[in-house]
Design a protein around this ligand. Structure first.
Ligand code: SF4
Ligand code: SF4
Length: 426
């Protein structure tokens, strides 16, 4: 970070000592994970810069925007529609956290056997190290898995501005009606928070900005189908993670610029891994910053990740919202159509996810799938058995892993990943 932001962090109420400790760990982890990779696209320099300023310049931008009367809305789930937040000229930021930090504090509120994603959100909040949580004018929680919906009851006592969104659990007509009612209620809450009315014009603008962001990510995803892969899975994951933090227009431009460079690489048959490197998809729970453990193990074992079937990845970004419509209600219906297709494991049943994985394996020429569940995540862990069975039947090898945010199982994970890669090579 080029500027000293301690004054800003103190104003936000961060625990400066803890926060410095977090930034040190993050900085070292980033250096070892990303900057040691060879032959990275030049375009990654932008994303390295964003990450180096993720608690600095970006937070300053949020505060400057707030000073101009704009609102910041933090969320933990890809069901929270960014289009509506942009329509009131708000800024959407992801709050999911991917590090084992403050778990001792979190366990005062949560049972030990809670997934790392939830514990991490509590840990970051209780340790006062997340400038996004402290900056948010509204934090949106959602009734998805049991762990999340029950933990928000406790989380609501820790933050003053928690807004709860109810989400359907079935892809039924009544499920869709619930999503519509909840998005309408969210629309009103945003209008009240921001003092701005959602209109056809500003909602179309919001849809267009998010569609453009998704188009750029789809373009990046398609380019990863090339052999040799022009970008590592780690770098592509990083871009998918930054999707939740950066200014959406600037992000879109930067992704497209990187894609131009990747197209050139592909035309010269240049890649980051040798052409015969095994190609894998990673599927399962979302990987929030700085959860890079499993992708690092996979790519250091010689395989390249060519797609993420995850909410921080294609499950979260696929499908655009139709922009045609003459009323806010029509546009809202389009938004509901798009979001209702998200195949999260909290839905029962959830057959589309397996179909999507088979489609991705074909599209990105993947040799196998690593299924990743966080320990104590019932939706993804239970669903993994069926996903594994159906993919193996479709002759797509699957490695089913359950892990958490700690470094303790890295040796064991490496052994299993290496054995899986050998299986694929045979
Ligand atoms: S996995 Fe499900 S609950 Fe979690 S962010 Fe994705 S859609 Fe939301
Ligand atoms: S990883 Fe699983 S248990 Fe954890 S919040 Fe997501 S769906 Fe819930």
């Amino acid at each position: 970070m080029s500027t000293d932001y301690h004054k800003m962090w103190a104003e936000l109420g961060l625990d400066l000592k803890m926060h410095d400790a977090l930034l040190n760990v993050l900085g070292e982890g980033y250096q070892q994970t990303f900057l040691t990779q060879k032959n990275r696209p030049e375009g990654m320099q932008y994303f390295d810069f964003v990450m180096s300023e993720v608690h600095g310049l970006r937070i300053k931008e949020l505060r400057d925007a707030q000073a101009e009367g704009r609102v910041v809305v933090g969320s933990f789930c890809v069901f929270v529609p960014e289009e509506l937040i942009l329509a009131v000229d708000g800024i959407s930021v992801g709050l999911c956290t991917g590090a084992e930090f403050g778990f001792d504090l979190a366990e005062k509120y949560l049972p030990r056997n809670t997934c790392s994603l939830i514990k991490s959100a509590f840990g970051f909040n209780l340790s006062k190290v997340c400038p996004y949580m402290e900056s948010a004018d509204m934090i949106v929680g959602e009734n998805t898995c049991d762990g999340k919906k029950k933990s928000y009851e406790e989380f609501g006592k820790l933050v003053k501005n928690l807004y709860m969104m109810d989400l359907p659990q079935t892809k039924s007509a009544s499920g869709k009606a619930l999503l519509k009612a909840e998005y309408q209620r969210f629309q009103k809450a945003l209008e009240e928070l921001s003092g701005k009315k959602i209109t056809v014009e500003n909602l179309k603008k919001g849809i267009e900005i998010v569609n453009n962001k998704r188009k750029a990510i789809h373009r990046l995803a398609k380019l990863r189908a090339a052999d040799p892969a022009p970008i590592s899975g780690l770098d592509a994951l990083l871009i998918n993670q930054i999707y939740f933090y950066d200014n959406p227009v600037r992000f879109t431009e930067s992704v497209n610029k990187t894609c131009d460079e990747l197209e050139e690489r592909i035309s010269k048959k240049e890649g980051v891994f040798p052409p015969d490197a095994p190609r894998l998809l990673v599927s399962g729970c979302p990987m929030a910053v700085p959860n890079w453990k499993l992708p690092t193990i996979i790519e250091q074992s010689g395989a390249v990740i060519v797609g993420e079937e995850s909410c921080v990845g294609e499950r979260g970004t696929r499908n655009e919202t139709v922009i045609e419509g003459n009323s806010v209600e029509e546009l809202l219906d389009n938004i509901i159509e798009r979001y209702f297709q998200i195949d999260c494991a909290i839905f029962t049943p959830n057959p589309d996810r397996k179909d999507h994985l088979i489609e991705m394996a074909e599209k990105y020429k993947a040799d196998g799938v690593v299924h990743y569940s966080l320990q104590f995540c019932q939706p993804y862990d239970i669903e993994s058995h069926n996903v594994e069975k159906e993919l193996e039947e479709a002759e797509i090898p699957v490695l089913n892993l359950v892990t958490d945010y700690s470094a303790e199982d890295m040796g064991q994970l490496s052994t299993r990943v290496e054995a899986f890669i050998e299986r694929i090579k045979e």
